[in-house]
Design a protein around this ligand. Sequence first.
Ligand SMILES: *[C@@H]1O[C@H](CO)[C@@H](O)[C@H](O)[C@H]1NC(C)=O
Ligand SMILES: *[C@@H]1O[C@H](CO)[C@@H](O)[C@H](O)[C@H]1NC(C)=O
Ligand SMILES: *[C@@H]1O[C@H](CO)[C@@H](O)[C@H](O)[C@H]1NC(C)=O
Ligand SMILES: *[C@@H]1O[C@H](CO)[C@@H](O)[C@H](O)[C@H]1NC(C)=O
Length: 297
Amino acid sequence: MCLIYIFGALAITSGVFSQDTTTLLPETQDLFVAVGSSVKIPCSDGEEKGVEWRFNSSVLVSSPVLSIQNSSLKDQGIYTCHQPNGDLIQTVSLHLGYPPSPPDVYCWSPSYPKRAICSWTLTPDPILPTHYIATYRSFSDPQSSARQCQKWGEQDRQCVVEELEIFASEPTLINITAINALGSTTRIWPIIFEQIVKPDPPVNVSMMVMPGRKLSVQWGPPPTWPDPVNFLLKYTVKFHWGKPETARTLGPYESNKMVLSGLVAGRTYYIQISAKDFLDDGQSSDWSEPISAIPIN
Ligand SMILES: *[C@@H]1O[C@H](CO)[C@@H](O)[C@H](O)[C@H]1NC(C)=O
Ligand SMILES: *[C@@H]1O[C@H](CO)[C@@H](O)[C@H](O)[C@H]1NC(C)=O
Ligand SMILES: *[C@@H]1O[C@H](CO)[C@@H](O)[C@H](O)[C@H]1NC(C)=O
Ligand SMILES: *[C@@H]1O[C@H](CO)[C@@H](O)[C@H](O)[C@H]1NC(C)=O
């Protein structure tokens, strides 16, 4: 058996320290260490004279105990302990990182009343492989079993909350738990469906030049909004020529078109549209990408 002395947070994966005398080459031991902590790793045959530790194949210390103070990311790598004749005794792969910090959570609903999406970030980045358990349940019913917040898209820090209660008087509690070799942490994040509504931008924005220095503007509702008939959206139109800071906004409009008039022939006008829940719940969408047109007389 090998002993390990630990100062600071450290975790060891699997029972790698039980020695199997039948194996010729000992398997690699993975060590996970928090940045800034100190670690001492004795060689398994530590009693022997002339034992040495190598780091990434170059000799580090001629001593049976490897000691790293105030470890930093540059200490990451493969450490091997060798007998005086050069035979390999032991291999340690040192991984540095941080225990997870409580996730910063952001939830929004581009698809009210069907679903909401939650995404989160960790500061500092734990660097080490970290996995997440994301669940949610109603605040008013703590006995209810938590439901899984399913992974959403390619990201592993994003999940989808479905069948949220609408007009609920109590929040739904999102539980994001982050786990890695150095520890785990949980953030409980309350949401009220109507407060986190944020449609995606309108699509298919187009402009038609009309005689008399007018532009006819048309757009479509964001395709992610599930039911624009029963859950109406309203739209704001923003347009400018010259400096973007001089932009003016018009609306809100309930329909999917409007006419800009009183323009100047020959100028290039840029327009963008944003959508908001008709009842003013939550936030406006981001602006659609600008498109341009030049009015004529
Ligand atoms: C540990 O190292 C970091 C950066 O290399 C340094 O800022 C810090 O002062 C050191 N801490 C101690 C206790 O030596
Ligand atoms: C040691 O090897 C690891 C893994 O190959 C590498 O990431 C690290 O930069 C190397 N460190 C040094 C100081 O050579
Ligand atoms: C949050 O989720 C974790 C992991 O499933 C669980 O252990 C913990 O008890 C939950 N916390 C609360 C307050 O629900
Ligand atoms: C946007 O345009 C595409 C292609 O012309 C069309 O398939 C789609 O239905 C349009 N979407 C909306 C919301 O108007």
